[in-house]
Design a protein around this ligand. Structure first.
Ligand SMILES: Nc1ncnc2c1ncn2[C@@H]1O[C@H](COP(=O)(O)OP(=O)(O)OP(=O)(O)O)[C@@H](O)[C@H]1O
Ligand SMILES: [Mg+2]
Length: 599
């Protein structure tokens, strides 16, 4: 396999040009060879015109023999062949190198993105990241395949042809490049403006890709609420904005090209006129004039293209800046901290006046204090938005608490390496995500060792999903569709339970894991979960009193604080939220039972 990716963090610098140069480390030799080839190609082209001069002045007017003529012709063919071959090699080499640089950068960016913190992902839109990983990297690829070589080509053509003209007449050579400063100034002036316009254009590109990505991810909601027209209009508005910004960019281009063309064109005419006068005056020969006519076009060409290059480079730089913005984000230091390779956790947890707020605002958890002895089952109950998920997400250090102290096995939680915690803690998430892989692969996800089929079957039996899976024609090899749409919500949750069972964690977190499961299955699963919970500290978030009644400790959360804490028997006696929920749910269930018996 090809080398996957290097650490590219060192490309983060204040000056983008330096960053780009660093990005090329390991590939610079290729560019050197490409430049050399380009140099040879350019020399051959210039050589053609100088050979033309020789041919006219020395050979043509001295009644040459057929042999001499053939030899001269061979010279032209040879030079053309050299020029073509080396220019081709140079182009191919740089294109290949550019593909490699882009591949490397893409790999690195992908890996980097998956290592950023939850907080970063909360704030960054997926579409933004997608557009940086795709269209911006592509702009950079072009930068490296075309523009870098173009820059070399322009420089070489200019210098070599200038020197060639200088061999004819130095004064003429200098007068042939007199407008260069003007071209440079115009280019820089446009460069600034076009960079800004292109930045705005790329930003809008990201808005569009976010819109598209969200619409695809939420296609069910769009259809369910018959929002197609609204969404289309919204997309059209954003797309129109992109068009407007693109048009602005194009308008600038369309002012820029004629400007440099006029300047360069004037230079060409002036040059040819001056050289013609010199020929008439006898200062230079006819052969020299013809050679000059060819050479000057290859001085004008780089001049015209210098502007184009500068503008295109600005796009590469903008895209590079956008990629850098992501790369300069710090990764989550998942391996930093205590990482006991032998020891398994006891699961003793002590929350002491824990407070937490998300990056974007108000306090979500306030003064949370309670403790859990190893093996205890803690149920967390509370209205939606009260902070239940936030509370349990602190344990695997998805987020770091902002105040107070949280001890695990007697040690401050944030001293543990997140990776260690995540290996020890099993979570069945509120909205489990399944990959578009086989069911087996989804169940064995994150289990490092080799897993026997039997174990997978046992885990799925315990999660009450075995019968469903074997009923599929492909059994455990059945592919789960995008985001697992071919499975129902409850089935997905049970697959998630199975995969957590297989992980055999020391500490277990079940977030609402039975909410989308019918009563009958719940009874089945609860049996399995009870076996699973034995000897492990477990946090279980649930809405139904029945799911939490047997817990050792019940935490009732309300707006981020603990409203009540105790066992079922204790809480039922207190006048509080728990008692009210209990009464309400019992009443509903009694009514249900009544109705069923009436039938
Ligand atoms: N990633 C996040 N960034 C910012 N705020 C968040 C984030 N996740 C949750 N919140 C906010 O924190 C509060 C608590 O959310 P949390 O998800 O913990 O509630 P919950 O008790 O699990 O609710 P539910 O029963 O609906 O699952 C809410 O007000 C929510 O808006
Ligand atoms: Mg929740």
């Amino acid at each position: 396999m090809a080398k996957s990716f290097n650490d590219l963090h060192h490309i983060v610098t204040k000056r983008r040009i330096i960053g780009l140069w660093r990005l090329l480390s390991g590939y610079r030799l290729f560019y050197l060879v490409a430049s050399l080839c380009l140099g040879i190609g350019t020399l051959a082209r210039t050589g053609t015109y100088l050979w033309l001069r020789e041919f006219i002045d020395e050979i043509l007017f001295s009644s040459p023999s057929r042999q001499q003529l053939a030899l001269a012709g061979l010279g032209f063919v040879g030079l053309a062949a050299i020029q073509g071959l080396f220019t081709f090699v140079s182009g191919a080499l740089s294109a290949r190198t550019a593909e490699n640089v882009a591949r490397n950068l893409r790999n690195y960016l992908f890996d980097h993105i998956q290592r950023l913190t939850f907080t970063y992902h909360d704030q960054m839109q997926t579409g933004e990241l997608i557009s940086r990983a795709s269209s911006d990297i592509d702009a950079l690829r072009q930068f490296f395949s075309d523009q870098v070589v173009n820059a070399g080509q322009i420089l070489l053509l200019f210098i070599i042809n200038f020197m060639a003209i200088a061999t004819i007449d130095l004064g003429l050579a200098i007068r042939s490049v007199i407008v260069v400063p003007l071209v440079l100034l115009t280019s820089i002036w446009f460069f600034r403006r076009i960079t800004k316009a292109y930045e705005a254009y790329q930003e809008q590109e990201a808005v569009l890709s976010t819109a598209l990505q969200e619409n695809l991810a939420g296609v069910r909601v769009v259809k369910a609420f018959a929002q197609q027209t609204y969404e289309r209009e919204k997309f059209e508005r954003e797309n129109w904005e992109k068009f407007v910004r693109g048009r602005r960019l194009l308008t600038m281009h369309s002012f820029f090209w004629p400007t440099t063309d006029i300047i360069a064109g004037a230079q060409l005419v002036a040059g040819l006129y001056m050289a013609a006068r010199m020929t008439i005056n006898g200062t230079i020969t006819i052969g020299s004039y013809l050679a000059y006519a060819g050479l000057i076009t290859w001085i004008i060409w780089p001049m015209r293209n210098l502007g184009r290059l500068i503008v295109q480079m600005s796009m590469g730089l903008v895209s590079f800046g956008r990629v850098l913005e992501v790369i300069k984000q710090n990764r989550e230091p998942i391996a930093q901290g205590i990482f006991p390779h032998e020891k398994e956790l006891d699961g003793r947890v002590v929350f002491d006046r824990i407070g937490f707020s998300y990056a974007d605002g108000g306090q979500v958890l306030k003064e949370i204090s309670f403790s859990v002895t190893p093996g205890e089952v803690v149920a967390v109950l509370g209205p939606t938005g009260s902070g239940k998920t936030t509370l349990v997400n602190l344990l695997p250090r998805f987020y770091n608490y902002t105040s107070g102290s949280l001890k695990l096995d007697g040690l401050e939680l944030n001293q543990f390496a997140p990776e260690y915690l995540r290996r020890q803690i099993g979570i069945v998430e509120q909205e489990p995500f399944l990959f578009s892989r086989t069911i087996r692969e989804n169940i064995t996800l994150g289990v490092d060792r080799n897993v026997e089929d039997e174990e997978v079957e046992q885990a799925s039996k315990a999660a009450a999903i075995y019968d469903t899976i074997v009923a599929f024609p492909n059994g455990f090899d059945t592919l789960v569709g995008e985001k697992g749409v071919t499975l129902s919500g409850g089935q997905k949750q049970r697959v998630a339970i199975a995969r957590t069972l297989l992980k055999d964690p020391c500490l277990l977190i079940l977030d609402d894991s039975t909410s989308s499961i019918d009563t009958l299955t719940e009874v089945e699963i609860r049996g399995a979960l009870e076996i699973l919970m034995q000897g492990r500290t477990t946090f279980i978030i649930a809405h139904r009193i029945q799911s939490v009644m047997n817990a050792d400790k019940i935490l009732v959360l309300d707006q981020g604080t603990i409203a009540q804490i105790g066992s079922h028997d204790e809480l039922i006696l207190q006048d509080g939220v728990y008692k009210r929920i209990h009464e309400m749910q019992t009443r509903i269930e009694d009514a249900l039972v009544q109705e069923l018996t009436d039938v």
